[in-house]
Design a protein around this ligand. Sequence first.
Ligand SMILES: [Zn+2]
Length: 247
Amino acid sequence: MDTTLRRTALFASLLATALLAACQTSRQADSASARPAAAGTLPQTKESQAAMTPQQALAELKAGNARFASGHPRSRDPLADVKATAPGQYPFAVVLSCLDSRVPIELVLDQGIGDIFSARLAGNVLEQDVLGSMEFGCKAAGAKLIAVIGHSNCGAVKGAIDNVDLGNLTALLSRIKPAIDLVPGDSASRNSKNLEFVDQVAEANVRLVMRQIRERSPVLAEMLDQGKIGLVGGMYDLSTGKIRFLE
Ligand SMILES: [Zn+2]
């Protein structure tokens, strides 16, 4: 009787061990299959950059933000990317976005080392050095797309609406002010407490900057006209992590 019991206990114990092992294997398989198909993708190369069209560059920015906003960013090895990009860089886009700490642009677009050129200034304003940087990125370094990304609840936009006067910030905010006039509405609702108005001005500012890029850079205007590069705007939502692209 004792022997039978001992055998039963031994069998149960072996069965439990086998089940546990099977369970772990299945869990490992699950996490492997849940990994995105592009896992381990290296940064942009000369070949991948050359093969990319402006439309494909935009599609990748959209796909990257979708990966980020769904909580499934691409698995990367940043140190391997550092080594891979050390001899040269082939980014596919130039992105102008805001200084805001809540909009780390590579992160929210799910792009890694060597993938995009990034210019960040409060209110994603355009000035000559930014234009020069965009010309470098596209004409000299081969990027296929310029993206101007504003965001909701932008402090710089609020500062422009409130006529903030502070050192060098005053001149920066003056670049946003023309966007305020582009948004219609009665004077009572035109203040920084009205977040809907703030976001409308931020979007008008993105569209204004897009227009200024074309007007102020013959180099980029020619590339745009020839279809060698694309230009897109976008509004990042601080509360969802999603970018609404303006086409
Ligand atoms: Zn901002």
